[in-house]
Design a protein around this ligand. Structure first.
Ligand code: C2E
Ligand code: MG
Ligand code: MG
Length: 736
């Protein structure tokens, strides 16, 4: 029973005060009906007077005294007196005055306290004992029971109501305690610095991590505010820490900013997450702040950004930084910008000669020289490899001056740790006008640079539309070539043959295999249209394999009629690591009995990178028994050392060297000397590009072993060439 009963009390002071004020008010109010009823019922006035006299001190005590319980007892006494007054004034027998007991029972239940409630119940019983109507006089205890029971039952329900609401409250309190414990755990135990601020900036609560991170004392003054934190937002007045967050705490905000810490003056980066906590009416109550010290991360990222902006070898701008800055330069100035694309001529040779780190030194020295020449306000970047780019705002003349100055400066060798090096550059210039077209401008400058390179290097070319056409043609050539390689190669990439003839016998001794391309429209294209693109894209590798396989199979087919076939091998092909194994496989597949009947023609450009690797490769080719011819001898940078350093069997004298020799005695002398040299080096020779009888005769007179040229025959399809090999044709030629 005790356990079940309400523990009573337990109202918080502010809740109790509201209820007490209301119940105290009932005391003066009760005087009004008491007075009206007293006079209406005609007395006895002494009862009215007694009631009022007792109620008024209760009212004064309830209003003025301190102890909570005493005040509530005084209210209970006052109200019990009022109820008694009603009953006695009603003559005791009247039922309605008794209603006041039920009203007061309900009213006093608001205290949820046994004391005033008990006082009231006792008073109720006493009043009923003292009641003097007749029946009550005769059977006082029956009446006490009848009246008392009714009031007690009403009171009992109030007690049940207390009890039930107490249970509900306790549950709510338990829930609250649990969530508070969870909050404390999450808030106080976390290593993440956290704080709660009132909307006016006062600190409401913070966790130990926050305190130790900011070096705050354990006990903070109660009015400690956000502005008192030992931090200043960089670039702002002191005290602006998080102020913008407090001014706009609606959404969850994530922010990373730099702050200066006062004590040690260090700069720290803080990531703050803030959330505004609002009450039911939407008024802001607190701002939650979670902080993370992201200084390290921020410094790391800044380091990375710096690295990305800088070319690590030279310290110049990187490609991406250059592209960004070029856009900015165009956007801010409104001036045109000259873009100069620079590429070192024959850098590979320098790199091969001086080793990789030597090559790096050269690039660094070149970067230093460029820095001296390029004025402030311009950009210089290394795009990778031996490619550099300069952007100079203003009219094109300024860009041209820089380009010329760069070329002029390179007439002086670059100083290196172990000596010095002489460089030449090819430079392409294009003008950019629009930030949206920087990519095109760079491409145009690149194209112009290529054009400078093709013209022999060590020069500057300004981009023009013709170059654009060349680039367009290159793109077309590439796509055509891809298509041809994907199709039936015998049809799309037929191999034609041009006879190589002995002027002494007029007999065909060999043939050069020359590839052609048949377009989808049926047009036959010479290699000039696609070999350069094939070389640049690397498509020359599958193309060359096709030519080699076809030439070998034809040679096998004409083995009784033709001495040898000569096949062109491009520098790119020769540089492929598995060139020799592929060659060996194709030779084996062809079933050719004598590998010396295959001649590989290599140009001097292929030999420019005269590395040990290439030498090994040439010797490996020789070891297979295949012969090597030096193609286009007499063009480019050929020197007699080539003849000595390459294990070649045949020298092919270039057309530019040969044509017109009959009418040019100097040419004739040179040819004779080269032929003599070849003979003494145990090499054979073929004169290319012989178009007329005079040259033919002159070469025959000079004892040239073999001749190739339009005079005898142009390159022709395989079937036509085979016809030329028939004895009939040969003899008819002889008689011709
Ligand atoms: P090349 O190896 O020097 O071949 C000789 C070129 O001179 C051929 O041009 C031939 O048609 C041309 N020619 C021969 N006699 C005369 C003449 O009397 N007068 C004139 N004006 N020209 C003559 P083509 O077939 O246009 O080939 C051009 C170049 O393309 C070749 O020069 C060679 O470097 C390259 N090439 C051809 N086929 C292949 C191939 O299968 N692979 C590789 N990598 N390059 C090839
Ligand atoms: Mg050739
Ligand atoms: Mg040639």
């Amino acid at each position: 029973m005790r356990g079940w009963l309400s523990v009573a009390g337990g109202l918080r002071d502010e809740d109790w005060a509201i209820r007490h004020r209301l119940l105290t008010l009932l005391l003066p109010i009760s005087i009004v009906p008491l007075t009206l009823f007293g006079f209406a019922s005609g007395g006895p006035y002494s009862v009215w007077l007694l009631s009022v006299t007792l109620i008024l001190p209760c009212l004064a005590g309830a209003a003025l005294l301190r102890p909570r319980r005493l005040r509530s007892i005084l209210v209970a006494v006052g109200l019990t007196v009022a109820c008694g007054g009603f009953v006695v004034l009603g003559g005791g027998g009247l039922t309605e005055p008794h209603f006041s007991f039920f009203i007061v029972a309900a009213a006093l239940a608001l205290y949820r306290d046994w004391m005033p409630f008990g006082v009231f119940l006792t008073g109720t019983l006493v009043i009923h004992v003292a009641n003097d109507h007749r029946s009550a006089m005769l059977h006082p205890w029956v009446w006490v029971l009848v009246h008392g029971l009714a009031v007690l039952t009403a009171a009992a329900f109030h007690v049940v109501a207390w009890r039930l609401s107490e249970t509900a409250e306790r549950r709510a309190q338990d829930d609250l305690a649990t969530s508070q414990a969870q909050l404390s755990m999450a808030f106080d135990e976390t290593p993440v610095p956290m704080a709660m601020y009132a909307p006016d900036g006062r600190l409401q609560r913070c966790n130990p991590a926050y305190r130790s991170w900011l070096g705050l004392p354990d006990q903070l003054p109660p009015d400690f505010a956000i502005t008192d934190l030992p931090l200043t937002r960089v670039g702002h007045e002191r005290g602006t820490y998080l102020s913008e967050v407090l001014s706009e705490p609606d959404a969850s905000i994530k922010d990373i900013e730099a702050y200066r810490r006062h004590d040690d003056g260090s700069l720290i980066w803080i990531e703050t997450h803030t959330n505004g906590l609002r009450d039911r009416s939407g008024r802001l109550q607190s701002v939650f702040v979670h902080c993370r010290d992201v200084t390290r991360q921020q410094e790391h990222e800044a380091g990375l950004r710096r690295q990305v902006r800088e070319d690590s070898l030279t310290g110049l701008l990187s490609r991406s930084a250059f592209e960004q800055d070029l856009v900015e330069l165009l956007a801010t100035n409104g001036d045109p910008v000259s873009v100069l694309y620079l590429d070192v001529d024959r850098f590979k040779t320098i790199n091969d000669a001086s080793g990789h780190s030597g090559g790096d030194d050269v690039l660094r020295a070149l970067a230093a020289r460029l820095r001296l020449i390029v004025p402030r306000g311009s950009l210089i970047a290394r795009l990778g490899g031996d490619e550099f780019v300069i952007a100079h705002p203003g009219p094109i003349e300024g860009g041209l001056d820089i380009g010329r100055a760069v070329l002029a400066s390179l007439t002086q060798p670059l100083p290196l740790a172990g000596g010095q090096v002489q460089l030449a550059l090819s430079i392409g210039l294009a003008v950019a006008h629009d930030p949206a077209q920087t990519g095109q401008a760079m491409q145009a400058a690149d194209t112009a640079m290529y054009s400078a390179k093709r013209a022999g290097g060590n020069r500057l070319e300004i981009f023009n539309d013709e170059m654009r056409v060349v680039v367009q043609q290159r793109i077309t050539a590439e796509s055509r070539l891809r298509q041809a390689l994907d199709g039936d190669r015998m049809a799309t990439l037929p191999v034609w043959f041009q006879p190589i003839v002995s002027p002494a016998t007029d007999l065909i001794v060999g043939a050069e295999a020359l590839v052609r391309m048949r377009t989808s429209e049926g047009e036959i294209l010479a290699p000039g249209h696609f070999i350069a693109a094939a070389e640049e894209t690397g498509l020359v590798v599958p193309l060359g394999e096709h030519v080699l396989a076809t030439a070998l199979s034809r040679l096998q087919q004409w083995r009784h009629e033709l001495g040898y076939v000569s096949v062109n091998v491009s520098p790119r092909q020769l540089n492929e690591p598995d060139f020799v194994p592929t060659l060996a496989r194709l030779l084996a597949d062809s079933g050719l009995d004598d590998p010396s009947r295959l001649v590989l023609e290599i140009t001097e450009t292929a030999l420019l990178s005269n590395s040990a690797d290439l030498q090994n490769r040439l010797h490996a080719i020789k070891a297979l028994g295949v012969r090597i011819a030096l193609d286009d001898f007499g063009t480019g940078y050929s020197s007699l050392t080539w003849l000595q350093s390459v294990p070649a069997d045949i020298v092919k004298l270039d057309r530019s060297f040969v044509a017109g020799l009959a009418h040019d005695s100097r040419k004739e002398s040179i040819i004779s000397a080269v032929l003599w040299l070849a003979r003494s080096l145990n090499m054979s020779a073929v004169a290319e590009g012989v178009e007329d009888l005079a040259d033919w005769e002159a070469l025959r007179a000079a004892d040239c072993p073999a001749i190739q040229g339009y005079f005898f025959s142009r390159p022709v399809p395989a079937e036509d060439f085979h016809e030329m090999l028939t004895p009939l044709r040969r003899s008819s030629l002889k008689t011709a």
